[in-house]
Design a protein around this ligand. Structure first.
Ligand SMILES: Nc1nc2c(ncn2[C@@H]2O[C@H](COP(=O)(O)OP(=O)(O)OP(=O)(O)O)[C@@H](O)[C@H]2O)c(=O)[nH]1
Length: 387
């Protein structure tokens, strides 16, 4: 995980600055140069890095700081705030409400992980009591519908798509209408992968968006995209009103800095990160805890969230009751031990998910060839029938 290396380098630069006997302009510049190098190495866009350096210098005016000021803390705080600002466009993404129909459209480059992420997003909400549904409007990649169907079936999420219809707008509209009638509160529309040179495909994406009127358009971005992230993300934003970003493959060897560039290009926040191929390898993204973890400052809120996730909710009051009565038996200890094991290696709990709870696997892409002779539309209510 190269982002962890980035965090390590920034932390070391701050540490070196802290070790200096006197903190003057030269020491500050050395620290900032080191941080800049680390960010550029992690593929963060040059302009963003330069803005960050200028902002910190403007906030931390060494000459003007009186002798009594704790310069180290002020600089540390300024670096922390600037990293947060880079990832925070200042306005939150649209938040769907349980029980009220919301349409969420997923867009992105080929292979960025849209189909996988659509299912993860649906599964995440389904676990929280929502009624999600998936619509496959990807008519470009043969096998996309089979992949979505397979994932949806495993997660028992209703899905809609077609083997023969080649118009994604038609499928998207039909799917959305069908699931609206079924009172689904989260209708997720998966679209084909495309890149900014493909004008026709961009036009098609715009039409799907216009026809389905999504409440939120999510730009799915592979964390390994690197410096190309800014331009690609900007091209998507110029065609459709992207309102949020999901960064995938954060478990790989990607430098991850492209995420910062995508936020800047789309002026939209990162809402989730994908941390593996499996359905539950998906985490809510919060800027401050993320930057805290990046700088090795720990993230206790994330840790507590994880505990709440692995200890079943219905057992929590009973457990608290027993503990408050001083009733701590070997069985309770064994059960809690089992829950803690589900959290995976402790070092990764607060960084990038390694829960080890892999109830459903998501398969790799299906065949690139369409299977002939299948002409029926598929609309499976419980997702269990493999038509
Ligand atoms: N390691 C890892 N792999 C992922 C993650 N998300 C998706 N993948 C894998 O990335 C590959 C591409 O994912 P898809 O969901 O098919 O991507 P797509 O954007 O729908 O692809 P197109 O429809 O061709 O544009 C698959 O092998 C996924 O299993 C992730 O967070 N981590």
């Amino acid at each position: 995980m190269v982002l962890a290396q980035l965090g390590g380098t920034i932390t070391r630069a701050i540490q070196q600055m802290s070790n200096a006997t006197i903190i003057d302009e030269k020491v500050l510049n050395e620290c900032l140069n080191e941080i800049n190098r680390a960010l550029l190495n992690a593929d963060v866009q040059f302009q963003l890095v330069r803005n960050m350096q200028n902002n910190i210098k403007r906030i931390v005016n060494i000459e003007d700081l009186a002798a009594g000021h704790n310069k180290r803390r002020i600089i540390q705080q300024a670096i922390f705030n600037e990293l947060c600002n880079m990832l925070d466009p200042g306005k939150p993404a649209f938040t769907p409400k349980k029980g009220k129909t919301s349409i969420i459209m997923f867009v992105g480059l080929q292979g960025s992980g849209k189909t996988t992420t659509c299912t993860k997003y649906a599964y995440y909400h389904q676990k929280k009591g929502w009624k999600p549904a998936l619509v496959c409007a990807d008519t470009f990649r043969a096998g996309a519908f089979d992949q979505l169907k397979q994932n949806a079936t495993k997660a028992k999420i209703p899905f809609y798509g077609s083997y023969t219809e080649s118009d994604p707008v038609k499928i998207a509209v039909e799917g959305v209408e069908t699931f609206k009638k079924e009172n689904c509160d989260l209708i997720i529309v998966d679209t084909s992968g495309r890149h900014k040179q493909e004008a026709a495909l961009f036009e098609e994406m715009r039409q799907v968006s216009e026809a389905t009127k999504p409440d939120l358009i999510v730009f799915v971005m592979d964390s390994s995209i690197g410096q190309a992230a800014f331009d690609q993300a900007q091209a998507f934003k110029q065609s459709v009103p992207v309102g949020a970003v999901i960064v995938t493959k954060m478990d790989g060897h990607a430098k991850g800095g492209g995420a910062l560039s995508a936020v800047a290009a789309t002026k939209s926040p990162v809402i989730f990160i994908g941390t593996g191929e499996h359905m539950d390898e998906f985490e809510v993204f919060d800027v401050k805890p993320f930057v805290s973890r990046l700088l090795g400052m720990g993230d206790w809120s994330g840790f507590m969230d994880k505990i709440h996730e692995v200890v079943p909710k219905d057992q929590q009051p009973e457990l608290l009751q027993k503990l408050s009565e001083g009733n701590f038996t070997l069985r309770i200890m064994y059960e809690q031990f089992q829950h803690i094991l589900k959290m995976g290696p402790i070092g990764q709990v607060c960084f990038f998910n390694a829960t080890g709870v892999q109830q459903f696997g998501i398969d790799a892409k299906g065949s690139r060839e369409r299977k002939p002779g299948k002409d029926q539309k598929i609309h499976d209510h419980d997702g269990l029938n493999d038509k």
